[in-house]
Design a protein around this ligand. Structure first.
Ligand SMILES: *Cc1c(COP(=O)(O)O)cnc(C)c1O
Length: 360
């Protein structure tokens, strides 16, 4: 059955028709270095214990709507200040959606630096808000004057700053972030999706900054399949955002698994520590390939630029060698000739580097 174009145009909003759905390529049996996943599975003894705990979950009952036990675990694992409130999401993507729904309205603006995380624009557009992309400098740093000018011009209801930034991997100058917090007329969300791979955080500043919200996720530390994110901030803000949350957004299985995983967080912290070490090795390996420009990273991925016009061929060549990374060429002017590789296991990184060397 096909629906006429005319009918679709009458019913579906033009902003939505203009979007593309978030595309996830099929990775098959390839070495998967495209999605910032933790490459390590759980040890067998941990899987056995986890299954034992899951057996006790009552699936006939609705989940604990407040997810109190899980929240308590997440608060201590993430160092949430006592005075801050938290809201949980089905991944931090859902929290971005809740924040945007809470501020949505005609003429309202969402602002974020570009290149940046694509979901900010996607969700703002679906919610019918205007989106202001503020260009980063050539080295992907955030310029204070450019940001201040953009804030004064657009008066955004909310600004998103990914810290470290995706897809560039760098941390913005914290003084510039503070200048944004001081000047912004609305909320500033510092998105710390890559917190496990850096020592820098704005969590402590929740105590002194009343328009700051801090976003975290368990995805990049090893639970991308779980879908669990957390938003922390002043109770007065979060009480409002909480109203946009569907009551049972965190399933009983997720709550139980999240509690279990965080009770064993030393296992995953050790994995994050070795990923940080492997990032340094991968960075050195990329830098040794002199045809590349390699950008410093505080996350679990590295952005690099290949000689002009070669990104597509390099990406395809890697795929032929069984390695899947992300091609960012064409996604934003500042990302031309750029590719992004996730830090994998040492053998995977080595396979990637040797395949790449033959393609340059
Ligand atoms: C991956 C990512 C997220 C989304 O993570 P979830 O899996 O939805 O928790 C949010 N922000 C940034 C910057 C990311 O890179």
């Amino acid at each position: 059955m096909t629906i006429s174009r005319k009918k679709i145009e009458r019913i579906i909003r033009p902003e939505v028709r203009g979007l593309s759905a978030y595309h996830v390529p099929d990775s098959g049996a390839m070495i998967k270095l495209d999605a910032m996943e933790n490459p390590y599975r759980w040890p067998d003894w941990l899987v056995e214990e986890w299954l034992g705990q899951l057996r006790r979950v009552s699936l006939n009952r609705y989940p604990d709507a407040a997810a109190s036990a899980l929240k308590a675990r997440m608060r201590s694992a993430m160092g949430i200040p006592e005075q801050a409130a938290v809201v949980l999401g089905n991944g931090s993507d859902e929290l971005i959606q809740m924040i945007i729904q809470a501020v949505a309205g005609p003429g309202r603006v969402v602002m974020a630096p570009e290149p940046g995380f694509v979901m900010y624009r996607q969700i703002a557009t679906v919610a019918g808000l205007d989106y202001a992309a503020v260009p980063l400098q050539a080295d992907y740093s955030l310029d204070r004057d450019v940001m201040i000018e953009a804030l004064d011009e657009h008066r955004p209801a909310v600004v998103f700053l990914a810290y470290p930034n995706n897809p560039t991997g760098n941390l913005f100058d914290p003084e510039v972030v503070r200048a944004v917090l001081a000047r912004a007329p609305g909320l500033v969300v510092v998105d710390e999706a890559y917190a496990p791979f850096t020592d820098e955080t704005f969590m402590g500043e929740l105590q002194v900054c009343d328009n700051l919200l801090v976003l975290r996720t368990l995805s990049k530390m090893g639970f991308a399949g779980l879908r669990l994110g957390l938003l922390a901030g002043a109770p007065d803000w979060l009480n409002e955002i909480e109203k946009t949350r569907l009551p049972y957004n965190i399933s009983s299985l997720n709550q139980s698994t999240g509690e279990f995983a965080l009770a064993h967080r030393e296992v995953f912290e050790a994995q994050a520590a070795s990923i940080r070490q492997d990032r340094a090795d991968l960075y050195a390996g990329l830098q040794a390939l002199t045809a590349l420009t390699v950008y410093p990273s505080a996350a679990n991925f590295i952005l690099f630029r290949v000689p002009a016009g070669q990104a597509g061929a390099v990406h395809a060549g890697l795929k032929e060698s069984g390695v899947l990374i992300k091609n960012l060429d064409g996604s934003a002017p500042a990302l031309c000739d750029c590719l992004r590789v996730t830090v994998g296991r040492p053998q995977e990184n080595a396979a990637f580097l040797s395949a790449l060397a033959t393609l340059l």
